[in-house]
Design a protein around this ligand. Structure first.
Ligand code: HXC
Length: 512
């Protein structure tokens, strides 16, 4: 009986982490504890802990007298919406959630299980980085995790929620994972904190301004989602997971869908009469996708492109769409990076891709050229070229220049390319084109403005339509906007069993 009691006592002790006072301090900061987060994340009663009695092995700085069961991280498995999921939840009440050798071993054990059983792994991160008292063994522990993160990339979904400070090594594991979610005003990510920044660069900056949720979601693009509190962040995570299969061998999740399809008349009125007037591409997306199924990713970053998940007749798809309402939907460095990463994620996990195209081209200028729009634009091009999932494009309006090729054109492997009657598929806009190819005639004309207008109209008449491309088969069908949803449902169904193999290679060399 004594032995049974000993076990029950140890279990209770392990659940307390760094103790009642530190738990209260965690709550005072508006943060939940490691266990509370797991409670809100996993299906009720499904969580099974692994490694509750693990302790660190450090004997320096009096650490042998400060041992806490579990060593600052709760690890285990359970289900989320009935699907097997692994989770580690760092406990800030134990040495600030810092990563010791044994803390790392627990996470690595979980990652190995997740890969072996083909299920997602979630990290709830709240850590002051490497356990300073342990020195290099802690650094080694981080590297062990990074290595596994990389090997697991593209095999199982890896998701990171940042729920407190994440300093130093604590940021690089999330950075390798597929998605980062941050909680506003209580989570931070930086390689070096404000104090180090001040010493090295003499900049005075707060944690929030250096690496808060708004910085990483809008400026750096490191974070894909933000939420005002931890509970909402966990809900976002669950929603995200609902679109994603368990591993790279599985088909996308589907929910039962038996609605009779009708024309979506609202789509007919979205494109403005004036081709230079903006409109919000989200209106097109939400009209085409299943009701309330669109889930935007990276919403505040590079807003000239919209990416996100949706369902079409119940099945997950990934959407990439130029956004005419922001910078006219131009492609630039950040939008190329954002879309390329999303395309590659979808391709890893068999999520079919749908592209809405309305793009005036690549953004010109020294800023873009000096910061490598060539390399970065090529990322998106490469990502589409390499994707073997079913791929469909709908050109709603402009498809100009190199951007026509890049945005999932037929030539780079798209399976079905539709265009609306408002599509303009050309090397460039009619005015610019006329001024170049008819330069001599325009220069000779008495009325220059009238000459430009006449030549512009001539060029536009020839190319500001989808029919020259359809003539060649670069567009499979010109469709009415209101027909789009029905056409897409049928085309994706037709493509369901698509098999496309890439040439045998070790791996490609994407322009990083
Ligand atoms: C050991 C740590 C710790 C760490 C915090 N603690 N970080 N213990 N190693 N890295 C402990 C504190 O001593 C304290 O213990 C408790 O956790 C809570 O910390 P506070 O400072 O009181 O909390 P707060 O004010 O909220 O500040 C949190 C913090 C700060 C911003 C994370 O603690 C901090 O700056 N920590 C150090 C961050 C850092 O430089 N990490 C190393 C990065 S180098 P007590 O007992 O007093 O409650 C690195 C290299 C890896 O990670 C590289 C791999 C590529």
């Amino acid at each position: 009986m004594k032995k049974r009691e000993e076990l029950l006592k140890l279990r209770d002790e392990a659940k307390l982490g760094g103790g009642i006072e530190r738990i209260a301090s965690q709550h005072k900061k508006g943060k939940l504890t490691a266990w509370e987060r797991i409670y809100f994340l996993m299906d009720e009663g499904s969580f099974e802990e692994i490694g509750a009695f693990v302790q660190h092995r450090s004997n320096d700085f009096g650490m042998e007298k400060q041992k806490v069961l579990g060593d600052g991280v709760v690890t285990g498995y359970g289900t989320i919406n009935g699907r097997l999921t692994y989770v580690f939840s760092q406990d800030f009440t134990v040495f600030g959630g810092s990563l010791s050798e044994t803390h790392a071993e627990k996470i690595c054990k979980l990652m190995d299980l997740a890969v072996k059983t083909g299920a997602p792994i979630i990290g709830l991160n709240d850590s002051g980085g490497a356990r300073i008292q342990e020195g290099v063994v802690s650094l080694g522990g981080y590297a062990d995790i990074f290595y596994r993160n990389t090997l697991a990339s593209g095999v199982i979904p890896q998701l990171s929620v940042i729920m407190g400070p994440c300093a130093g090594g604590a940021v690089y594991s999330p950075a390798i994972t597929d998605y980062i979610l941050m909680v506003e005003h209580s989570s931070y990510m930086f390689v070096t904190g404000p104090n180090v920044v001040k010493t090295v660069t003499h900049e005075e900056v707060s944690s929030e301004d250096l690496g808060g949720a708004s910085v990483h979601s809008a400026k750096s693009g490191v974070a894909h989602f933000t939420a005002p509190n931890e509970i909402e962040s966990i809900q976002q995570l669950k929603k995200l997971m609902s679109y994603v299969p368990q591993n790279c061998e599985e088909k996308v999740p589907a929910i039962a869908y038996e609605q009779a399809e009708e024309l979506r008349i609202k789509l007919a009125d979205i494109i403005p009469v004036n081709a230079n007037q903006p409109y919000d591409i989200r209106e097109v997306i939400t009209e085409v996708a299943d009701e309330e199924s669109f889930f935007e990713v990276h919403k505040n970053f590079a807003e000239n492109i919209v990416v996100g998940f949706a369902r079409l007749a119940g099945k997950s798809i990934g959407i990439v769409a130029n956004q005419p309402a922001f910078l006219a939907g131009v492609l630039d460095i950040r939008s190329s990076q954002k879309a390329a990463r999303f395309v590659r994620f979808c391709d890893c996990f068999n999520i079919p891709l749908l592209v809405f195209e309305d793009v005036p081209g690549f953004l010109p200028g020294t800023d873009q050229e000096w910061n490598a729009i060539i390399t970065n634009g090529a990322k998106l091009l490469y990502a589409f070229c390499e994707a073997t999932v079913p791929r469909i494009t709908v050109i709603t309006r402009k498809a100009y220049g190199g951007a026509y090729d890049v945005m999932n054109s037929k030539h780079i492997g798209a399976d079905m390319n539709f265009a609306w009657p408002t599509a303009e598929i050309a090397v460039m806009g009619a005015k610019g084109a006329a001024e170049i190819i008819f330069k001599r005639e325009i220069d000779k004309a008495d009325d220059r403005t009238a000459a430009v207008a006449a030549k512009e109209a001539e060029y536009a008449g020839m190319f500001a339509n989808p029919y020259r491309a359809a003539e060649r088969g670069f567009i499979d069908e010109v469709i009415l906007p209101e027909e789009t949803r029905i056409k897409l449902i049928k085309a994706f169904k037709m493509l369901e069993n698509k098999v496309a193999n890439l040439p045998r290679k070790k791996h490609g060399n994407i322009p990083l």
